[in-house]
Design a protein around this ligand. Structure first.
Ligand code: G
Ligand code: G
Ligand code: MN
Ligand code: NA
Length: 250
């Protein structure tokens, strides 16, 4: 279709696909510790298109591999610019299943002079649903190279606990639907508290996504959440905006 052709063109010309970065903080009033890379498509006619609208097409057409590599290269160069921060990169299940995926990630980091320990790869249940042997092998290769692994959208899948039991990960990111329901539904309070306690017991870092209000922040802080991300701190920014936020000139 039209989207596929235009996406191919954007990849071929390098015009239109951009990466924005959303800050992650080490707690209320604490410094920025990480940036999540979020791809955007500045379409010549249609304006800014968000990933929900083109990632599925990219997955169906195989273009996701190229998009993923573009995002990874951008993340590596951002990592070089701010070596004290970690950079999070979202992985599509289709991309993860691709032949030689772990090797490509390792190669891109090496080509860009980026320490894989500064790159965090966010995977969702969709990644872990697949063939267990292959998934475990790819995860192992990535972790051995130094990449950190985060379980994104944690708690929304079918078998979140089963995955934690089977696969070694470094971090869990509490899905923003739970954070959004804090203070509105008692179950959200219980679920978020339990996820944080679970993360602490397993010595994993716990990040809350979609933090918007002071009440959510207060609750998450008192429950012992390690990192916070959401509009309360910052939306996704382009690199110049990140630079102004991190290195403000007086
Ligand atoms: O802000 P936002 O609309 O950017 O992101 C919407 C969804 O798209 C999120 O679930 C996010 O994980 C996903 N997403 C954003 N950037 C990427 C990317 O580079 N690759 C993949 N596979 N998904 C992404
Ligand atoms: O699934 P993933 O966690 O990668 O999604 C990131 C998405 O969450 C992006 O679309 C980003 O724009 C969005 N997002 C980030 N912070 C907030 C927030 O505080 N509130 C809401 N509603 N969305 C957010
Ligand atoms: Mn994410
Ligand atoms: Na998420």
């Amino acid at each position: 279709g039209a989207i596929e052709e235009e996406l191919r063109e954007a990849l071929a010309t390098g015009v239109g696909l951009e990466v924005a970065y959303q800050p992650q903080v080490a707690g209320a009033g604490k410094p920025i510790v990480g940036l999540e890379a979020l791809v955007r498509w500045r379409h010549p006619g249609r304006g800014m298109i968000l990933p929900d609208q083109f990632i599925p097409v990219a997955e169906q057409t195989g273009l996701i591999a190229q998009i993923g590599e573009l995002v990874m290269r951008d993340a590596c160069s951002t990592s070089r610019q701010w070596p004290n921060l970690f950079i999070s990169v979202n992985l599509s299940p289709v991309q993860f299943r691709g032949e030689g995926f772990a090797e490509r990630m390792i190669q891109i980091a090496r080509e860009n002079g980026t320490d894989p320990r500064k790159i965090e790869l966010e995977i969702t249940e969709g990644v872990l649903l697949d063939d267990e042997g292959q998934t475990a092998q790819t995860l192992k290769a990535l972790r051995e190279a130094g990449f950190r692994i985060a379980l994104d959208d944690f708690g929304t899948g079918y078998s979140s606990l089963g995955y934690l039991h089977r696969y070694e990960v470094d971090k869990i990111k509490i899905d923003r639907s739970f954070v959004n329901s804090l203070g509105k539904e008692d179950s959200a309070t219980a679920i978020v508290s339990a996820i944080i306690a679970l993360g602490q017991a397993m010595k994993l870092t716990v990040t809350a996504e979609g933090v918007e209000t002071q009440e959510q922040e207060r609750f998450l802080r008192s429950a012992g959440c390690d990192e916070l991300q959401g509009y309360r701190y910052s939306k996704a920014l382009d690199r110049e905006q990140v630079a102004r936020l991190l290195d403000p000139t007086p």
